[in-house]
Design a protein around this ligand. Structure first.
Ligand code: HEM
Length: 218
């Protein structure tokens, strides 16, 4: 979905399937950085790698991880290798934690703002490198948040979640901590994920200008 004349993503967001539950991929599809259906793994990996801003060995490492996740996401790794990841068929796939996540997006991809408000309660106020202070979550607060999400799901269905415990815990490490890695502001233990930027990503499916600048780099 690129504008051929300018080679840039179109201004108007593209519709995104409710069966794409990943806020990050929804942002990429909505802004035309990748298509919404079958996306070849090298194209998907390269696009996400650009957004990380990483270079050299770190970029290689990040790329390998993203490729691995995208390869298993539809439950048919060999088909994904041949054709690509099917971004509008991710729901109920191996990465779908069925409510053990933040629950910000429901099964119909409707955003629940009360869950964003809940996310904010796990955070603190950080000094924003762009000026002022804002609410955000650092790595430790994200860990507590994920643990609480998991516990909530387990309380709802103790037997079921008991079995899936280890698997879901590992899956979660590839989501919020990676989002912190990419979108985070500030350094060290004060590097934080801005709640306002999380909200914009989930609700408007758009990225902050600094990430758009990275994505637009060719
Ligand atoms: C590095 C880039 C990525 C980031 C930063 C990212 C981030 C996230 C975040 C924050 C969530 C939300 C979890 C929650 O609501 O608790 C999520 C969910 C999800 N992501 Fe991603 N993701 C990335 C790449 C991918 C890729 C490459 C795939 C597969 C092709 C994928 C598939 C999914 C799926 C299926 C879910 C839903 C999990 C659930 O609801 O249980 N993500 N992701």
């Amino acid at each position: 979905m690129q504008d051929i004349a300018t080679n840039r993503a179109p201004a108007a967001p593209v519709e995104v399937s409710p069966d794409n539950p990943c806020p990050f991929l929804r942002g990429l599809v909505a802004n035309g950085y990748v298509g919404g259906h079958i996306v070849p793994l090298p194209e998907l990996t390269d696009t996400i790698k650009r957004a990380t801003g990483k270079t050299g060995l770190a970029a290689l490492f990040a790329g390998a991880q993203i490729f691995g996740v995208a390869m298993i996401a539809n439950g048919a790794p060999f088909r994904s290798l041949r054709e690509g990841a099917i971004l509008d068929q991710l729901r109920n796939g191996p990465l779908d934690k069925h409510g053990a996540g933040s629950r910000i997006l429901d099964q119909h991809a409707v955003v629940h703002e009360d869950e964003i408000a809940r996310l904010a309660t796990f955070g603190s106020d950080y000094s924003n490198p762009d000026g002022g202070t804002e609410r955000g979550l650092n790595a430790a607060e994200i860990k507590t948040f994920m643990r609480a999400n998991f516990q909530r799901a387990k309380d709802d269905h103790p037997w079921y979640w008991g079995i899936l415990h280890g698997y879901y815990r590992i899956m979660m490490l590839g989501e919020w901590p990676v989002l912190l890695d990419i979108l985070g502001k500030g350094d060290g233990k004060d590097r934080y994920l801005s709640v306002a930027e999380v909200k914009t990503l989930f609700v408007e499916r758009s990225f902050p200008a600094r990430i758009v600048a990275l994505l637009d780099r060719k």
